[in-house]
Write a protein that binds this ligand. Sequence first.
Ligand code: SF4
Ligand code: SF4
Ligand code: FES
Length: 355
Amino acid sequence: MGTKRQFRIWRGDENGGDLQDYTVEVNEGEVVLDIIHRLQATDAPDLACRWNCKAGKCGSCSMEINGMPKLGCMTRMSTFTEDETVTVTPLRTFPVIRDLVTDVSFNYEKARETPAFAPPADVAPGDYRMQQVDVERSQEFRKCIECFLCQTVCHVVRDHEENKQAFSGPRYFIRAAELDMHPLDTRTDRKEYAQAEQGLGFCNITKCCTEVCPEHIKITDNGIIPMKERVVDRRYDPLVWLGSKIFRRGETPQTSVTTARQGSATPPGTSRGGTHSHAGGSHDPQAEAQAQSGVNWHREVPHPTAPAVDDRGRLPLTELTFDRAAAPSPFGDDVTFPLPPEHLNFAHPEQDDKH
Ligand code: SF4
Ligand code: SF4
Ligand code: FES
């Protein structure tokens, strides 16, 4: 048998509404979305709420719970005290359709405005090749479930409707960052575009977006700040300015993954040893520090070479029998597993810390 708990839920539509009080049964292990469903089954059959997966993966059940943007299906009732009234309101930044359902088309409009992935014209889709390090680098941003919690919390548009036209928001800054670090993307003006068209300059790095992201994407530290740094490099660094005069702007960085990775021709417009590669660790103090602790995400990765074939186009037998690693490891090639705990960059909490 559950306990009775107090809820205040915003009811209304685009013409207005107010908070209404409900007393609902709450059982052990339930989340806020369970309570919304119970209300729909009992006191409020017409309560509108968007949801799909109930597993934190579809990004539909975004709402504001006690003023904090959260996923209803991932917010446990056990995080509130029994005498606490839980207030549930729709996302504040977007127009209300009804009750907890908002019109998030702002985000789809911004998605449409973001230039799409631009693969090299001379490589067919089946021939695209990326190294694992480059896949891992943008993988963080690909985890986005488009819940738009980061979009609703960002103060640039939360209280300033007038900024919406000029500001795409954190979700689309990480999309731009992801494409900017994609080794096969041939658009070289992602950061200039972010600055000029997406409103990157409006962001003053409050990190609220990072704080609410249910996928724990480091939106500011890994997406926005690196983009801002490179914009500043391009605009204000005199050496980069000079380089941009010699190498025409837009042609400076990359187009060849091999060039960036080998570090043989780091272009003047590129900061931190190459926009499109993790390589070149030996000159990077952070990489040196990581190498000392056993994990070096920036280590120089040998470029793969095709094995030699004989004049009939066949692999020599030794290619099949030779025992060698399939791919280089960011931990180094000479480590044994399991790694000592201090060398891990993620550790499970202690059993005692569960609560
Ligand atoms: S860090 Fe920037 S994008 Fe994120 S919430 Fe703050 S102002 Fe908005
Ligand atoms: S970046 Fe995070 S908070 Fe923003 S839409 Fe994606 S998953 Fe949601
Ligand atoms: S219902 Fe899919 S994220 Fe909550």
